[in-house]
Write a protein that binds this ligand. Structure first.
Ligand SMILES: Cc1cc2nc3c(=O)[nH]c(=O)nc-3n(C[C@H](O)[C@H](O)[C@H](O)COP(=O)(O)OP(=O)(O)OC[C@H]3O[C@@H](n4cnc5c(N)ncnc54)[C@H](O)[C@@H]3O)c2cc1C
Length: 411
C-alpha cells in the first residue's frame, strides 16, 4: 500500500489547486482521480475573478500562461436580463488590476481548463498523480486514514483532503452534510454553434426568465463561435411541480422572442447533459479529525450566481495551508483543523451570506423588472451594480430592501 502525508481525493479545480499549493511549500502528496485526464465536467464554463486571484497567488507565470491559451475567451462583464427582457450590461470593475494581460474573468471549456491544471500538476515532483483511482471507502486507524480504491490501489495517509465533487459520498460520511433538495440545483448544459448577439467584450449572460426565478438561463460565449447554454433549477421544485428541465430549456429558446431571434441560425453540437450543484445554505463544519472538505464536497456554490469554481479554488488553497500547519504541529485533531473552516469563512463567508439574502429578492419578478427598468437608464446605478460584483461593502448594501426602494423612487 502507498503511504503519504496528504492524500487528495479528486483532481478537479479544488484538488488540483490544493496539490499545487502543497507542492509550492515542498510538501508531497498523492492526488487521485477516478477519471483519466483530459476529462469533461458538466459546467457553464465561466471562470470567475476568484480563480484569477487564487492562481495569481499560486504562480503569476502560470496565470500568464493560462491567459494565453486559445481555448479561453477573456471576459470583461456580465449581462443581466430581467423577466421583461430588458437588460443591463455591467462591466467587471477590477479594483486591483494585477496585470493588463490578465482579464477579470475567463470562459473556457472545463475539459481544457481542468486539463491545463493537470498538466501543471504533472510538472511537480512533489505530486504523485494517480488517475483511474476511484476512492470508495475510508477507514480510520491510529496512524491516519486508509483510503480504499475500487481498483485495489489503496493509500494510507496522515490526512485527507476530499475534493471529489457534487456526488461525493464523503460529504455525508465523514462530513456530516445531508443534501437539502431546496439547496441543490440540477443544471443542464449544451454547446451551441451560431448563437448571435454577444457583447463585444464576451460578457457572460444571465437571463432571469419568469418561469425559472430565482434561477436563470445562461448563455456564455466560447472560442470558435461556440456557446455554453444552460439552465438550472432547485430539485425541490423540479420534483414538486414535475418540471422537465430539458423541455423548459428548449421551450425558452423556441418561444421567448428575443432568444428565438438569437438562436435562429444556431445548431446544438453536443448532447444536453445534467449534473448537480450543491449550493451554500449555511455555515457548517467542513473539517474533522484528519480531514477537510473542499469545493462542491463542502457545498460552497454561490446561491445567486451558481459559481463554484472560484470557491473550489479558494478552499483548495486554504486546505493546503491548513495541511502545512497540521504537519508542522503534528496535530490532526478536529479542534486544530477548525482553523481551516475559520480561514475559509473569513474569506468568503460574508459574500455567501449576502448572496443567499439577494437570492430572496430575485424571486419577485415585478421587483426585479422594476429595478432593471430604472437601471437601464441610469449610468450611476449601473456603476453601483458593477461595483457590487467585486466590492463587498456595496454588495452588503444591496441586500437591504431599502436600496431597491430608493432605486424605484429614483433617489
Ligand atoms: C450545469 C452546471 C453549470 C455550472 N456552471 C458554472 C460556471 O459557469 N462557473 C462556475 O464557477 N461554476 C459552475 N458550476 C459549478 C462548478 O462546476 C463546480 O462548483 C466545480 O466544478 C467544483 O469543483 P470541484 O473541484 O469541487 O469538483 P469537480 O470539478 O466536480 O471535480 C471533482 C473530481 O473528483 C473526481 N472524483 C469523483 N469521485 C471520485 C472518487 N470517488 N475518487 C476519486 N476521484 C473522484 C472527478 O472525476 C472530478 O475530476 C456549474 C455546475 C453545473 C452542474
Amino acid at each position: 500500500m502507498k503511504q503519504t502525508d496528504v492524500c487528495i481525493v479528486g483532481a478537479g479545480p479544488a484538488g488540483a489547486i490544493a496539490a499545487l499549493f502543497l507542492a509550492k511549500e515542498g510538501i508531497n502528496c498523492i492526488l487521485t482521480d477516478k477519471a483519466k485526464f483530459p476529462r469533461d465536467k458538466i459546467c457553464g464554463d465561466g471562470i470567475s475573478g476568484w480563480v484569477v486571484s487564487v492562481l495569481y497567488e499560486l504562480d503569476k507565470d502560470l496565470l500568464l500562461r493560462l491567459a494565453k491559451q486559445p481555448f479561453l475567451l477573456h471576459s470583461y462583464g456580465i449581462r443581466i436580463v430581467a423577466p421583461n427582457s430588458k437588460y443591463i450590461d455591467l462591466p467587471f470593475i477590477d479594483n486591483n488590476p494585477v496585470d493588463q494581460r490578465i482579464p477579470p474573468g475567463f470562459i473556457g471549456r472545463r475539459i481544457d481548463f481542468d486539463n491545463f491544471l493537470i498538466e501543471e500538476v504533472k510538472k511537480k515532483k512533489e505530486i504523485e498523480l494517480s488517475e483511474e483511482t476511484e476512492i470508495i471507502k475510508y477507514r480510520k486507524n491510529t496512524e491516519g486514514i486508509t483510503l480504499i480504491s475500487k481498483e485495489g490501489k489503496d493509500i494510507s495517509a496522515r490526512m485527507v483532503i476530499y475534493a471529489n465533487g457534487a456526488n461525493s459520498g464523503f460529504m455525508k460520511d465523514p462530513g456530516g452534510i445531508i443534501k437539502d433538495n431546496k439547496y441543490t440545483l440540477t443544471g443542464l448544459k449544451a454547446y451551441y454553434k451560431g448563437v448571435t448577439g454577444f457583447h463585444p467584450q464576451n460578457y457572460v449572460e444571465l437571463h432571469f426568465l419568469k418561469k425559472l426565478l430565482p434561477c436563470y438561463f445562461w448563455i456564455f460565449p466560447l472560442p470558435d463561435g461556440l456557446a455554453n447554454v444552460g439552465v438550472g433549477l432547485d430539485q425541490y421544485r423540479i420534483s414538486k411541480k414535475k418540471i422537465n428541465l430539458k423541455e423548459k430549456m428548449l421551450e425558452a429558446i423556441e418561444t421567448v422572442p428575443y432568444l428565438k431571434e438569437r438562436f435562429a441560425n444556431s445548431e446544438m453540437v453536443s448532447k444536453i447533459q445534467a449534473y448537480g450543484l450543491p449550493l451554500w445554505d449555511r455555515k457548517r463544519r467542513i473539517s474533522g479529525d484528519r480531514y477537510m472538505l473542499t469545493g462542491d464536497v463542502a457545498s460552497l456554490i454561490d446561491p445567486v450566481t451558481g459559481e463554484g469554481i472560484g470557491h473550489a479554488a479558494i478552499s483548495g488553497m486554504l486546505a493546503a495551508r491548513q495541511a502545512k500547519r497540521s504537519l508542522k504541529a503534528n496535530d490532526f485533531t478536529a479542534d486544530f483543523m477548525e482553523q481551516y473552516d475559520q480561514s475559509l469563512y473569513d474569506k468568503i463567508g460574508k459574500e455567501l451570506n449576502i448572496s443567499s439574502k439577494i437570492a430572496k429578492f430575485i424571486k419577485h419578478a415585478w421587483l426585479f423588472n422594476a429595478v432593471v427598468n430604472r437601471t437601464v437608464n441610469s449610468k450611476t446605478l449601473q456603476h453601483r451594480l458593477s461595483l457590487a460584483m467585486t466590492d463587498l461593502e456595496v454588495r452588503q448594501r444591496l441586500k437591504k430592501p431599502s436600496v431597491y426602494l430608493k432605486v424605484l423612487l429614483g433617489r
